[in-house]
Write a new protein. Sequence first.
Length: 296
Amino acid sequence: MRVFLTGATGFIGSALVRELLDAGHQVLGFARSERGAKSLIDAGAEVHRGDLEDLESLRSGAAAAEAVIHTAFLHDFSRFQEVCEIDRRAIEALGSALAGSDRPLIVTGGLARLASGRPATEQDSVSPVSNSYPRASEHAAAALAERGVHTSVVRLPQVHNAVKQGLVSYAISVAREKGVSAYIGDGQNRWAAVHVLDAARLYRLVLEKGEPGARYHAVAEEGVRFRDIAEVIGRGLKAPVVSLTPEKAAAHFGWLAGFAGWDLTGSSELTQQWLGWRPSGPGMIADLENMRYPQA
């Protein structure tokens, strides 16, 4: 299958390029720079140039493929509302090129604000878009589904290897800058996690076996305590580990404070049943213990 992949040169996308090619698919990778284009060519993929705000390039890339996987996202959380709107428009553009066909569009979502007091499941509906959490990926996918587009959603937790770890990478940067690794309150809130290679394999399985309208969870670990994350970061940076009150967390974490105190947990029980996906990569703490920490 010829797959148009946004985010093809990113952390997850580059792993997904290899996963798709190894499984016999063709990849048309979206790239905005010469360096990115070269990396795709070197990997054995084709290149489609453009960026997430170039809606015509998104439409033409989707039109040239048998399926679309959208992993791209502008990770500038200091302007979260703006980048969420860019993401929504990009999904609409991709879907407009697929309308009237049975070509699948796989959209990326997250686990935030899905459930309270328990891990989120695939059967939990996404909460309404709000100023506090403006991400609209799933809403955009649902709107396309109402127009007959074959959409499905992969919800990601913290995706990691020994180099990057989703939002945890930002927590490492804050700890290095501030000289202390912090958690909020007792640090018992938990974040779900998955190794990047397991996440890439799930996207491929959704492409090959997924059902229209379904939501899939790329969750290997249901939840890792934020205090445990802070402690391993402290060891890696040789920095003190401290508990912060919610009032002091905003000054310490900046925009990350909005996530640092949340439970971002999830289950993948149904995903594993439906697709036979079995995550096997290292856990988040193991990857954090094995990474090379930049020193101040």
